[in-house]
Design a binder for this molecule. Structure first.
Ligand SMILES: [Zn+2]
Length: 256
């Protein structure tokens, strides 16, 4: 006589419901042993220190993400007709703010991806954690380089390359934008995988399926958001042309 899973517990590997299965069998979806899904991996049974680290990591990560979105939105306004404020602040301010936000994200990711001391090595989801950490730690490095470049840009350029500077500036801007977008996509994908892993350990099937669909939708949300400022440029030019022609009409009306 074998025991049957009587609760609505998900497979901790793929999320499949194990209710009604033999406790000594394997998951029909991914062949993960049913017994392993039922023991040890519940987050509620994890150590208090580990849960405190997750709590801190999630809070700091959230703060960093909100800050990054706000900075991204405000700095995108530079490329619209509101862009005059761009010159009201020193150029080093924008990369410094990006650096601060991405440093918070990196700290949060670091705390969220530490090993659970209650789990054996093969259950740690380390592959995803490594990729996620690499992307999260690379982001403040990229923004840190931008801070240094902006701080150094006050110095005069050597005469032979001075005429090339605007071209170099534009080229490095495109490369940097692609790099930052790639890192954000890696971080977003890694976080979705991480939260799916946590959701399976709660266990909460609704949260699990939300984390899974977020993982599919997120790239389609992030890419237009990243190229959004580029899309604003034609709009800003059109607005500027409108204001210019309006000004011309007003000037003519005053003369007549
Ligand atoms: Zn499974």
């Amino acid at each position: 006589m074998h025991d049957i899973v009587a609760v609505d517990a998900p497979c901790t590997n793929c999320g499949y419901s194990l209710r009604g299965l033999d406790i000594d069998s394997v998951c029909p979806e991914c062949a993960h042993p049913v017994r392993r899904s039922l023991e040890r991996r519940r987050l509620g049974l994890a150590s208090a220190d580990y849960l405190a680290a997750l709590h801190l990591g999630a809070g700091v990560l959230l703060l960093g993400l909100i800050l990054a979105v706000v900075i991204g939105g405000v700095s995108a306004l530079q490329y619209t007709t509101l862009g005059t404020f761009r010159y009201a602040v020193p150029l080093v301010v924008w990369p410094s703010l990006d650096f601060a936000a991405s440093a918070l994200v990196a700290f949060g990711v670091w705390k969220l991806t530490i090993d659970d001391p209650g789990l054996p090595a093969h259950d740690q989801a380390r592959g995803n954690a490594r990729t996620l950490r690499a992307a999260a730690f690379a982001l403040p490095v990229v923004h840190g380089v931008r801070v240094l470049v902006a701080a150094a840009s006050g110095a005069a350029a050597p005469a032979p390359i001075a005429p090339l500077l605007p071209l170099l500036d534009a080229a490095s801007g495109v490369v940097r934008a692609m790099l930052v977008l790639g890192l954000w996509l890696s971080i977003a994908t890694g976080l979705c995988n991480l939260f799916r892993w946590f959701a399976a350990r709660l266990p909460d099937r609704a949260l699990f399926s939300r984390a899974r669909s977020a993982g599919r939708i997120l790239p389609f949300v992030l890419v237009p958001a990243a190229i959004g400022p580029a899309g604003l440029i034609p709009g800003a030019l059109w607005l500027a042309a409108l204001v210019w022609s309006g000004r011309g009409k007003i000037a003519r009306a005053q003369r007549e």
